[in-house]
Design a protein around this ligand. Structure first.
Ligand code: FE2
Ligand code: FE2
Length: 172
């Protein structure tokens, strides 16, 4: 049976970095692209912290490991806040422009937000780094890439075609 460290090695080797920010599909609206870029930077930091945690837990210094655990928790909470604001702004854009597939796009947001909340509460309970790494390095990049390429892409195109300024924000 594989030890936890062997399992995480395998997870990380299969996935390398979170996602390359330059390879994220661009949509037609600046504020959306900026938000996506910021999110990637945030998740990359989290990915690095997960790798650090693995190294620290191997050296067996409990104090450093605990500090790394706390850093992961902080980044997860930043990610949650960022995601809430991200989805709220896109939902507002869809409402302002009358995007017909609003319920589909908004429900993808709702499901993703629930998953992230569950991930965080599970991490706080069990500190299972393999499970966390799997989400951050595998599940999330796939989800994000697909979501931006489909829902966000269509939403931005529709909004601009209906007169939304590509350089504007929904709050204006
Ligand atoms: Fe988005
Ligand atoms: Fe979206």
């Amino acid at each position: 049976m594989a030890s936890p460290n062997q399992t995480i090695d395998k997870t990380i080797k299969n996935t390398k970095t979170v996602l390359d920010a330059n390879n994220i599909p661009k949509v037609d609206i600046d504020f959306m692209n900026n938000t996506h870029f910021e999110e990637l930077e945030l998740v990359e930091k989290l990915g690095k912290q997960i790798l650090d945690y693995q190294t620290l837990s191997e050296t067996g210094n409990p104090e450093n490991t605990q500090a790394s655990e706390q850093a992961i928790s902080r980044l997860l909470n930043n990610w949650l806040e960022h995601t809430i604001a991200h989805f709220e702004r896109e939902n507002k854009l869809m409402q302002d422009t009358g995007f017909p597939a609003y319920p589909v796009h908004a429900s993808e947001h709702e499901i993703a937000l629930e998953k992230l909340k569950n991930l965080i509460s599970t991490w706080e309970k069990n500190k299972d780094i393999v499970q966390l790494a799997d989400y951050v390095f595998t599940f999330w990049p796939d989800w994000f890439n697909t979501h931006v390429n489909t829902m966000d892409m269509m939403t931005a195109k529709f909004a601009v075609m209906n007169g939304f300024d590509p350089h504007g924000t929904p709050d204006q």
